[in-house]
Ligand binder design. Structure first.
Ligand code: NAD
Ligand code: MG
Length: 391
């Protein structure tokens, strides 16, 4: 039976890796919807090549461009955030959630409410609204399959295990572009330097988040939300080679590690074929050539993001939505040259303190609307913190 798939964020790094896998086995898949934003040429090319029913750009001003690019094909064009969410609800067996940022929340949630299996790369939706996502999946009986490499690794290490026997979960961090830089140089890090990852080839935003450790901070919260463990059961270890993706420690002292090359097609393919395992075109590791695996404790001074994640989990409620919105806004400020690399964490810290102290948002009942309102309030507070620093 052919599997009906949709890819949200099809033009990005995860989206393109997903397309690479399904394109290798065209007889197994019917593509329902592909979504993108500004890269209309890529979106149209892939939608035509994969014979998608519909292609959607999140940018309404680009609808005519998309129509032009699709002319002569049978692919329908649509545009705007509502159209992205609508296409996520079209009957599919499997939806890849690979939009970057909080914009991925509504469409992923809509797919879950339909009962569709959601392959979840968009970590922001779990950080902002983990309880909402899990509740939607529980109600409709849909599955969430984690695609973040660490969470796919944990998920795999837990197959057949009893959560009651889990003592701890250890997620690895490469340490990103600046793990060996002198601390005093970090404030002068340029956008180009922050946008180059030592091991993984990813979108620009997550690459910068890896250098600042905000990516790992998000993943700690993601781990807590998805696997339901306590914050104190989650550890981060710096592992510069990115070959071990995560480890699960059990009551008997055993550690189950997931080891593989830094290639997202493993986690995507695992989610695509679940519950089966099928051949994937990823490198096989040569352990003798690797020789040694290296680990170090994360440095709190270099990476304040990890402490901020702990404070966010401690605050609970909707602090995750504040954390994510502040982080996204601070990242925009760094990309725009308004603040330096070190100031991103300061902006997040100020925003958390401000929103947690002055508004009732953290304690509000979590719905899609209250999460989006909190996201809006936090973005404004973060922008004010940026403006203060930009002078
Ligand atoms: P990317 O920047 O390469 O691609 C992002 C995609 O989202 C593009 O298709 C873009 O068109 C779309 N998009 C951007 N803004 C949008 C908006 N406002 N509305 C709708 N669509 C929009 O990002 P990526 O690296 O592929 O990451 C995607 C998600 O997966 C992120 O949440 C990231 O944290 C997560 N993730 C990525 C990797 C990786 O290896 N790249 C690994 C783990 C998790
Ligand atoms: Mg990851």
């Amino acid at each position: 039976m052919r599997c009906k798939v949709s890819i949200l964020g099809a033009t990005g790094s995860i989206g393109q890796n997903t397309i690479d896998l399904i394109s290798r086995d065209p007889d197994s898949y019917d593509v329902v919807a592909l979504t993108g934003a500004s890269n209309i040429a890529q979106l149209a090319h892939d939608a035509i090549a994969l014979k998608a029913d519909i292609a959607v750009t999140a940018d309404e001003t680009l609808l005519e461009d998309l129509r032009d690019a699709l002319r002569g094909s049978d692919v329908t064009a649509a545009a705007g955030a509502a159209a992205v969410t609508e296409c996520a609800t079209r009957p599919s067996d499997w939806v890849m959630s690979a939009i970057v940022g909080a914009a991925g929340l509504a469409p992923g949630l809509a797919a879950l409410e339909q009962g569709t299996t959601l392959a979840l790369a968009n970590k922001e939706s779990l950080v902002c609204a983990g309880a909402l996502m899990l509740e939607a999946a529980r109600r409709s009986g849909s599955k969430i399959l984690p695609v973040d490499s660490e969470h796919s690794a944990i998920f795999q290490a837990l197959i057949g295990e009893d959560m009651a026997a889990v003592e701890r979960i250890i997620i690895t961090a490469s340490g990103g572009a600046f793990r060996d830089w002198p601390l005093e140089d970090l404030a002068g890090a340029t956008l180009d330097q922050a946008s180059s990852h030592p091991n993984w080839d990813m979108g620009q935003r997550i690459t910068i988040d890896s250098a600042s450790m905000f990516n790992k901070a998000m993943e700690v919260i993601e781990t807590r939300e998805f696997f339901g463990v306590l914050p104190e059961q989650i550890e981060v270890i710096v592992h510069p080679q990115s070959l071990i993706h995560a480890l699960v420690g059990f009551a008997d002292g055993a550690l189950m590690a997931h080891v593989g090359p830094p290639d997202m097609r493993h986690a995507i393919g695992f989610a695509l074929h679940h519950p089966d395992r099928k051949h994937l075109p990823v490198d096989r590791l040569d352990l003798a050539a690797i020789g040694q695996l290296e680990f170090r404790a994360p440095d709190d001074e270099r990476w304040p993001a990890l402490r901020l994640a702990r404070e966010t989990m401690q605050a609970g409620g909707m602090a995750g939505a504040v954390f994510n919105a502040a982080k996204e806004t601070a990242l925009d400020g760094f990309i725009a040259g308004q603040i330096n690399f070190v100031q991103m964490a300061e902006v997040v810290e100020d925003t958390l303190a401000h929103v947690c102290a002055t508004d009732g948002h953290i304690a509000a009942t979590m719905t899609l609307d209250t999460v989006l309102q909190t996201d809006h309030v936090a973005r404004k507070a973060a922008q004010a913190a940026i403006d203060k620093r930009a002078g």
